[in-house]
Design a binder for this molecule. Sequence first.
Ligand code: NAD
Length: 366
Amino acid sequence: MIGTESAAGIRTFLYEALPARVVFGSGTIAQLASEAARLGMERALVLATPGRPGRAADLAALLGGRSAGVFAGAVMHTPVSATEAALRAVAEAGADGLVAFGGGSAIGLGKALALRIDLPQIAIPTTYAGSEMTPILGESKEGVKTTQRSLKVLPETVIYDVDLTLGLPPRVSATSGINAIAHAVEALYAQEQNPVTALMAEQGIAALSRALPVIVRDPADRAARSDALYGAWLCGVCLGTVGMALHHKLCHTLGGSFGLPHAETHTVILPHAAAYNAPAAPDAMARVACALGAGEAARGLYDLAGRLGAPRSLRELGMEEGGVERAADLAVERPYWNPRPVERDAIRDLIARAWAGLPPRTSPDP
Ligand code: NAD
């Protein structure tokens, strides 16, 4: 049962849809100039990470007379220093709109700018992270990552073009896809769980878990790429619509305080967080297992990562074993909502298992 149910069998839930225009398909990038015009952009600045300058320049060319050039200085975890450099670029270019092109790092930069100067945004995601569908902005400053929600940061338009994902390397596709699945898993037991988000979560998990093994074998399989991007969209909506819990909190802590990479950390932690919460969220876990086509959710997630050749230990992400105690301390430092109470010893055990790459501790294990 998603939501709560009274003795008389009456459902109770709250559902709040977020405004967003979504253009999805193959070759949809050709609509960039018309979508920019629709938002009244006369001079749009393309934001990207430094890695793919040619692709960002192609996008600027597609904007034609509406282009204000490219700023390719986006960095993971959205450091405020990068945002300040981008603010100067916006002013110098006289930009009146933003086109964020790339993964969560480029999209995060667009959001950080929109928070400060409220320019309209078009997001063109090329990973499965899902940030484009959320009003959430995470920023880092001097090693501390903070998160806030504001409708100001939600992109007005999102263009999903399957063709732009064909070059995403198999390993990045796998971890980014599991990052998306994590949003859906936590949405199914979220405090604000509701039937619409649950449907999206189940569909998102099913689409990604079906598509990712195909993509790892054949990264250019367009049908699988389409399925994965569709799943990523659904999972992104889940993240934007309901609050997250233990899993996202742990990944946030590990990313912000230990400098671990975002999608890989989600991939390692997810089976363990699911196992931790399973006794308190049996219905959600049954839905996750069903969507994965697995007998049990946490083990199914661990096996999926294994099948994809994705990392399954924090050790292989470069974390020192000595960090386990500090990570456990940080994870319980400030209270937050979770279906199962967050207890330090059990969290320490979770992190230690994740560090070593052991399978998740599923019940009836003590
Ligand atoms: P990323 O944006 O850093 O991209 C990873 C790498 O892949 C980069 O080097 C990028 O240049 C490259 N890349 C991206 N698309 C490619 C493609 N199609 N082909 C080849 N290379 C490609 O990583 P990410 O995992 O997408 O995003 C992580 C960031 O997003 C983190 O900072 C995280 O906090 C944030 N995030 C925020 C939210 C939110 O709602 N606020 C949600 C998810 C992630």
